[in-house]
Design a protein around this ligand. Structure first.
Ligand SMILES: Nc1nc2c(ncn2[C@@H]2O[C@H](COP(=O)(O)OP(=O)(O)O)[C@@H](O)[C@H]2O)c(=O)[nH]1
Ligand SMILES: [Mg+2]
Length: 326
């Protein structure tokens, strides 16, 4: 009965019924018991869906840029998905208001699907939910899917790593040196976008970005730097071209499938590994808090708990080997 219901949702996604799609995404976000079966049925490593991460400090113009990229890809006949992720916000599902306003013109376009996601207590965390949402939108034939993350913290870096290509958006006047130098975030940008090129300070920003990039010894490994203005639309074609040539360079279907599969599996390993370890600790101590109390009381240490976790796996394997011998 359960698998039958999962199939219904799978069909809804494949038929791209937008309301149904929203519902399935909510199921995934809320850890619904059917979510995993649905994702299992939909997973296709060879899916044709380019995922573009858009990251950078608040106010850099990510949403405005996303809006421009939606228009660009719509003009080229693509169905476009957008996932706007805000790790710092407790609100979800509905709207991150500013983003919705910037993408308003696409709200009624059936070829565009926009979803906002925010932090939830869900075990997989926001990057797990984003990963799953990506798979679902890909299965509904959205291509590309743009992932806008707010800010440049650890959660954002993790989310950005889910994308095939990441745009790091920088702007004049936000403290250029801080932005570029301090940010080892340079490493997460496949393309550096210098937005608000209509504003003063753009030359200075470009100089300081290029100076930072020279620290990368191999010139071929340096990401392209594209100036644009999301507000006027200037430079958007060049940006889309750069995205196109980044993805065209050398990777075939097989390699993409391999990369995607490794990415999703590694992300599942992180998520389930954490879940397994937590469960084992809770089984033994009652709760994580009680384990901490026990450590503070001098009864154990985090390292001993680590040994217990490893020991559990070792015992399990030994038992299984014994069973096989029997
Ligand atoms: N002058 C100028 N303003 C821009 C540009 N792109 C975005 N903005 C403005 O910058 C503000 C923040 O934009 P938003 O897209 O919400 O930034 P986000 O926080 O990175 O998503 C808004 O007022 C935009 O209208 C641009 O290229 N030039
Ligand atoms: Mg935004």
């Amino acid at each position: 009965m359960q698998s039958c219901k999962a199939d219904d949702f799978v069909r809804i996604v494949r038929n791209n019924n937008q309301r149904g799609l929203s519902r399935v995404l909510s199921m995934v976000e809320n850890g619904h018991p059917l979510a995993s079966s649905i994702l299992h049925s939909l997973f296709d490593p060879e899916r044709l869906c380019l995922t573009i991460g858009i990251t950078g400090p608040p106010g850099a113009g990510k949403s405005t840029l996303t809006n421009r990229l939606i228009s660009y890809y719509r003009r080229h006949g693509n169905k476009v998905g957008v996932i706007a992720v805000d790790p710092s916000s407790p609100f979800s599902g509905g709207a991150l208001l500013g983003d919705r306003v910037r993408m308003q013109e696409h709200a009624s376009d059936p070829g565009v699907f926009i979803r906002s996601m925010a932090n939830r207590g869900h075990l997989g965390g926001l990057s797990g939910t984003t990963r799953d949402a990506l798979e679902i939108l890909a299965a509904a034939s959205y291509n590309p899917v743009l992932i806008e993350t707010m800010g440049v913290g650890q959660a954002e870096v993790e989310i950005a790593s889910l994308a095939d290509i990441t745009l790091l958006v920088l702007v004049p006047g936000l403290g250029d040196d801080v932005q570029t130098m301090k940010a080892g975030i340079m490493e997460i940008g496949d393309i550096i976008v210098l937005n608000k090129a209509d504003r003063p300070g753009i030359e200075q920003l470009e100089l300081s970005v290029n100076a930072s990039l020279e620290l990368i010894p191999d010139p071929a490994a340096r990401p392209p730097v594209i100036r644009c203005s999301a507000q006027t639309g200037e430079g958007i074609e060049e940006l889309a071209d750069a995205i196109g040539s980044c993805t065209a360079s050398g990777t075939g279907r097989k390699e993409i499938a391999l990369r995607r599969t490794a990415l999703v599996l590694n992300s599942i390993i992180r998520e389930k590994g954490r879940e397994l370890a937590r469960t084992l600790i809770i089984d033994r101590y009652g709760s994580i808090e009680e384990a901490i109390e026990s450590i503070l009381a001098g009864e154990t240490t985090p390292y001993r708990i680590g040994e217990i976790l490893s020991g559990f796996l070792k015992n399990k394997r030994e038992n299984e080997n014994e069973c096989k011998r029997d």
